[in-house]
Design a binder for this molecule. Structure first.
Ligand SMILES: [Zn+2]
Length: 92
């Protein structure tokens, strides 16, 4: 037997949620913040279209969604560099 971390009621060891309060019976991922390693293609495309979004999104989500944030940041950098090249070429 173990006890609910939220309401203190006795619950079964195999219980996933507490039957008394409905809270998760055990800490998920050892209590650490879940890390999402998926890449959201829509956000990457958005970063290419609006590099500023990627520059803001990168540090903002670096901890919770490192892969997606990095992809967005790199996409924004490439888009920004390409934009500068186009501007430079057009300027000449
Ligand atoms: Zn509970």
């Amino acid at each position: 037997m173990s006890f609910c971390r939220h309401c203190g009621k006795e619950i079964l060891d195999m219980a996933v949620i507490c039957p008394a309060c409905g809270c998760p019976a055990r800490p998920q991922n050892n209590g650490r913040q879940a890390v999402d390693n998926s890449i959201n293609a829509g956000l990457v495309v958005l970063s290419v279209l609006i590099p500023l979004f990627g520059f803001i999104y990168w540090p903002l989500k670096a901890k919770t969604q490192p892969k997606c944030a990095e992809a967005c940041g790199i996409a924004a950098l490439i888009s920004f560099a390409a934009g500068l090249c186009i501007l430079a070429l057009a300027g000449i």
